[in-house]
Design a protein around this ligand. Structure first.
Ligand code: BT5
Length: 262
């Protein structure tokens, strides 16, 4: 078959994710740097990657352990032209993206935990931090931060999370090429982001629920001093978790989920 260089160029021109890639040996946080670039009009699909983070962030100012040379820490700038209220499925689409990529390396026990932790056999292998800026009531930009534990060994984790965290290397007993994981992540994020943009919300919810395996389970959701309890019946259109409790069906918009042990 003839080699068609124009087609090759067209392929890259039509890509969104990775259109611009900024790499750093160390950053405080790739989300903070991506936020800064986005405010300077960095194009949609800009990716910021760091080998290490000195102040990797989780939700609610928690710390994301980010030692050098072992893992992936990256943030992507998205600029969907949609109302802010319609953006809440994006974190779930990112969860699905990562779950599928991790399943390629170690199939079977990958699970999504609402809103978007990725667990392997009950241990956290990836954290996702999504931050949005709005203009009037529309999305100005969204920063999707992804931290995947790749080559950390058990002793590389601080003692406090040694039993609750894991990595691809721990689970596969093989050293994994970080670049390979990054490329698969970009490809799959491109796919799910396009599904989102073309009205594929139902497909995102369906795939997310498959990986979450939570429908029918009794859970407790803790958000500050508020606790919600009930049985999960599914996700609503916006990606909120639906809980059936004594007072009827309630929407869960934020918090940490615990499966109730009866
Ligand atoms: C998260 O928060 O899981 C979101 C983490 C997002 C990290 C990425 S890395 C690239 C980008 N740049 C950033 O600065 N952040 C993003 P949360 O659900 O709040 O979970 C945080 C909790 O996970 C901590 O309190 C620890 O218990 C645990 N933890 C910290 N580091 C971990 C690690 N490397 N692996 C597994 N668990 C970890």
């Amino acid at each position: 078959m003839e080699f068609n260089a124009d087609e090759l160029r067209a392929y890259f021109l039509t890509r969104i994710i990775g259109r611009r890639i900024e790499y750093y040996e160390e950053l405080e946080s790739t989300n903070t740097e991506a936020l800064r670039l986005a405010l300077e009009n960095a194009p949609e699909g800009t990716v910021v990657i760091a080998d290490a983070q000195s102040e990797g962030r989780g939700r609610l100012d928690r710390i994301w352990e980010s030692p050098p040379s072992l893992n992936l820490y990256l943030s992507v700038v998205l600029r969907p032209d949609i109302p802010a209220a319609s953006a809440s499925l994006i974190p779930l689409a990112v969860g699905v993206t990562v779950a599928e990529v991790i399943s390629k390396y170690c199939p079977g026990k990958v699970q999504l935990k609402w809103p978007n932790d990725v667990l392997f056999d009950g241990r956290k292998i990836c954290g996702i931090l999504t931050e949005m800026r709005t203009k009037a009531d529309r999305v100005h930009f969204i920063i999707v931060g992804i931290g995947v534990n790749i080559n950390m060994r058990k002793l590389d984790f601080p003692r406090a999370i040694r039993e609750t965290a894991t990595s691809l290397r721990i689970e596969t007993e093989c050293e994994i090429d970080r670049l390979d994981v990054a490329i698969r992540l970009f490809e799959n994020l491109e796919r799910w982001y396009r599904i989102f943009l073309s009205g594929g919300e139902a497909a995102i919810r369906e795939k997310w629920l498959q990986y979450a395996d939570i429908v029918g389970k009794r859970i407790e959701v803790v958000f500050g001093k508020t606790i919600q309890r009930g049985t999960v019946t599914g996700l609503d259109d916006s990606g909120a978790l639906l809980l059936e409790g004594e007072t009827g069906v309630q929407q869960v918009l934020a918090g940490d989920v615990y499966i109730e042990r009866l």
